[in-house]
Design a protein around this ligand. Structure first.
Ligand SMILES: NC(=O)c1ccc[n+]([C@@H]2O[C@H](COP(=O)([O-])OP(=O)(O)OC[C@H]3O[C@@H](n4cnc5c(N)ncnc54)[C@H](O)[C@@H]3O)[C@@H](O)[C@H]2O)c1
Length: 254
């Protein structure tokens, strides 16, 4: 247990399912009060009920992270309900498979507005509150598809651009926010078994080909990424800012 996390307040975006859900549950397990947020509000309430059933504290908040007014509403909801904001987990994201030569300007704008623009809007609005408290932690979920790692990915140029952008943005933000007591770190997951990865829809041959590239020979479980989120949210990582933590079963080492 990370004792310092008890009674802290966190917002987790994209938390109705997949990794966001397990980030919310794992933080709640540590005594963090969690705002479970997603573009789809109904399923957030189910995660809130799961947290409450385990003795934790949480509320749901529908929010499209690409819309500034909704993001401002999300931060306001956390402040109104819990009176402070200690942790922002930028996790919400979308993926679209399309060959580069077929990508439209609309495809590009839509994905970048969510995956990169949404992280900017949430980070800025959260940091404005955290700066008043002179403390806070922002944890971003990027991807090993962030570029400059020796592995490339076909058919997701705009997704890769967004994930590389998150890393660069977080690094630059960490400089400006360190004097204000706010740390910013990024996690780069490999293949994690969530609805986005769609492993359950792939045939055995395709899955085997992916796993053959991963030294641990399997996909990660969402909880295995959430463990890193909890560590980066806690004082245990107090000397880390501007860092990228890779959680990929050894893919980039292989
Ligand atoms: N699954 C993987 O293999 C993998 C690998 C590397 C990185 N990631 C990243 O991890 C994060 C979590 O993804 P996941 O795998 O759990 O996928 P997921 O699709 O299960 O979850 C993503 C969530 O984000 C929400 N969302 C999408 N657009 C939104 C918006 N505009 N506003 C608010 N919420 C929105 C979705 O509703 C969904 O609940 C994403 O940023 C993704 O890019 C995933």
């Amino acid at each position: 247990m990370y004792e310092d996390l008890k009674d802290k307040v966190a917002i987790v975006t994209g938390a109705r399912r997949g990794m966001g859900r397990t980030h919310a549950l794992k933080l709640a397990e540590q005594g963090v009060k969690v705002v479970v947020s997603d573009i789809s509000g109904d399923d957030c309430q189910k995660v809130v009920e799961e947290i409450k059933a385990l003795g934790g504290t949480a509320i749901a908040c529908q929010c499209d992270i690409s819309q500034k007014e909704q993001v401002d509403g999300l931060i306001k909801k956390a402040m109104t309900e819990y009176g402070r904001l200690d942790i922002l987990v930028n996790n919400a994201g979308m993926l679209q498979w399309k060959p580069f030569l077929e990508l439209t300007e609309q495809d590009w704008d839509k994905l970048i507005k969510v995956n990169l623009g949404g992280y900017f809007l949430c980070s800025q609005a959260a940091a404005q509150e955290m700066a008043k408290q002179k403390s806070g932690v922002i944890v971003n979920v990027a991807s090993i598809a962030m570029g400059q790692v020796g592995v490339g990915f076909n058919g997701i140029v705009h997704y890769c651009a967004s994930k590389g952008g998150i890393v660069a943005m977080a690094e630059a933000m960490s400089l400006e926010l360190a004097p204000l007591g706010i740390r910013v770190n990024t996690i780069a997951p490999g293949a994690i078994d969530t609805p986005m990865a769609g492993l359950d829809q792939q045939d055995e041959k395709t899955k085997e080909a992916t796993f053959a590239r991963i030294p641990l020979r399997r996909a990660g479980k969402p909880e295995e990424v959430s463990n890193a989120v909890v560590f980066l949210a806690a004082d245990a990582s107090s000397y880390m800012t501007g860092s990228v933590v890779i959680v990929d079963g050894g893919w980039l080492a292989g």
